[in-house]
Ligand binder design. Sequence first.
Ligand code: 7RM
Length: 667
Amino acid sequence: MDKSKVANITSVLQEQRVFPPTKELSRQAHIKSLAEYRALYSESIRSPERFWARQAKTELVWFKPWSKVLQWKLPIAKWFVGGKLNVSHNCLDRHLDTPIANKAALIWEGEPAADGKPGEERVFTYRQLHREVCRFANVLKKHGLQKGDRAIIYLPMVPEAAIAMLACARIGAVHSVVFGGFSAQSVADRIADSQARMVITADGGFRRGAVVPLKRNVDEALTIKDANGHLLAKSIERVIVLRRAQNEIQMETGRDFWWHEEIGKVDAASAPEKMDSEAPLFILYTSGSTGKPKGILHTTAGYLLGVKLTMKYVFDLKETDVFWCTADVGWVTGHSYVVYGPLANGGTSLMYEGAPNWPEPDRFWHIVSKYRVNVLYTAPTAIRAFMKWGVDWPKRHDLSSLRLLGTVGEPINPEAWIWYHEIIGGKRCPIVDTWWQTETGAIMITPLPGAIPTKPGSATLPFFGVLPEVVDEAGVVVPRNSGGKLAIRKPWPSMLRGIWGDPQRYKEIYWSEIKGSYFTGDGARQDKDGYFWIVGRIDDVLNVAGHRIGTAEVESALVSNQKVAEAAVVGRPDDLKGQALVAFVTLKTGVPAEASLREELRNHVSKEIGPVAKPDDIRFAEALPKTRSGKIMRRLLKQIAAGGEIKGDTTTLEDFSVLARLSAVEE
Ligand code: 7RM
């Protein structure tokens, strides 16, 4: 790793403001004081097995108790060994003989139509959701999906996405949700890696009034071949298609089946499969520092306990709350806090299909006031966009139902924090800045709203059972207020269990960088009060508008274009998105660097990976700056991308003239 990155971490802004919880709020909270938090936290670290056994017993419903709380042989963790349970049973059935049965489990608001017609509205009580999940579980079984089989879910933000996930969990199949903004190529790659037997998709999804052709992308994915001419997706036997956008699609007889037709052919009786604590629940692909996305594997009991407990304590969930997490179910935040966390707690989860600025920039505030949302959980990039659109939009709506706000996905700058607090929260709502990752499954570093005073820009203190530390190159804890790598010292129940099909890579990436610890890939600093300030990634992964994007992935997409010889992708700071993607591209001999080629290459990346990974800038260069051993000097490219001067050591640069020419490249 580049040493300069760690050194830079120290130099983040020092924020002094502190916001303690009000007495009123603390009195009503699950955890009522810093002392209460500290007592429970220290028990969870001193006697983790006792702590987690008690939580697992009180929070989850088991078919068979476990015999051992934790079996830990680095890097393999097994939690609640020997226990049996089912996630869909814990999210649905357990509520059916309680008053919660007839409470709203999911409230769904559809995107308004292009002609201004308001979006549809659908509400599922726990009983109704249970019935839909049971029926769809029977559809899956009828089409041959069995315990342990993988299914790809490639759907828009509609209730059926949650239903499909829960139905897989019910029969013990492993779901892998692919975000609707990913391309056919990405779908094909994920099918190949997971060897899925089924794809669950829709004819199309709506996004800002346009139709995203999901089924057409699946059709294309099923024809894509690898370098040896083999079909990537040959494991797929069935495609179940939800009718959503009514766009015209092709159905292949014997392979493709309509959701609404199949659901009519099965009954609603379905016993949940008794699953091992460690049975795989889902695979979710995420970017790393190499070109190939990693299939992050989560299992049954530990994941469920992690999301159930964080949902309850971090959002201080009340029985009457309407909880709105704005993430798409295609990301881990949607898995944990749109679907599994809220439902495991018998909460009401709001799901919105559309974008924050369609048809107008007040869409979120319209929804908050319409449904009297109590807790809102969104990303800093969205908050910065709201700031840019101006206070008039939120001011038009009654936001008085809100009692708690949350953020996730990237560091939040103090200005955005204060704006969120004042304009959206009316100065009365605490903000929980929650740090976690696809790999951690659930929130790891976070305020508890009734107990932990907040500081704008800090994720504050670790959740129960989580032992993070900031360490140097040798894995030794650094002094307070100096920067370093963020490590987690102990296993925790909702941790990833591996990278699908690649145990070696799992060990190398996460458990080799810092001896005996989990390496997060993030840089951080702890202040004098022990608060954590996360600075962002220190590997070659960028955080663009809350989406994790590997620079190597974008580079390999660029060089797969016939006109491109070489590419280097770096981040540059961006007011709105946190980071923007800048690609330095050298073209093959004879290919002219025309302006139109920029758009062509941006579209090429979009086709290879998806619109989320489109470079913001493409700069053509005659050559890239390299060291004598041939390594691209990204540090220099970053400085150029940010428009700054080139500082630091350039003595290893192979050809000095390259630098001068790069800086002169026109935008
Ligand atoms: C939940 C999620 C994970 C990466 C992580 C960080 C960054 C997430 C925060 C944050 C600062 C936060 N999963 N990150 N939350 N940085 N403060 N509160 O985002 O796998 O997609 O991304 O996101 O760099 O490593 S993720």
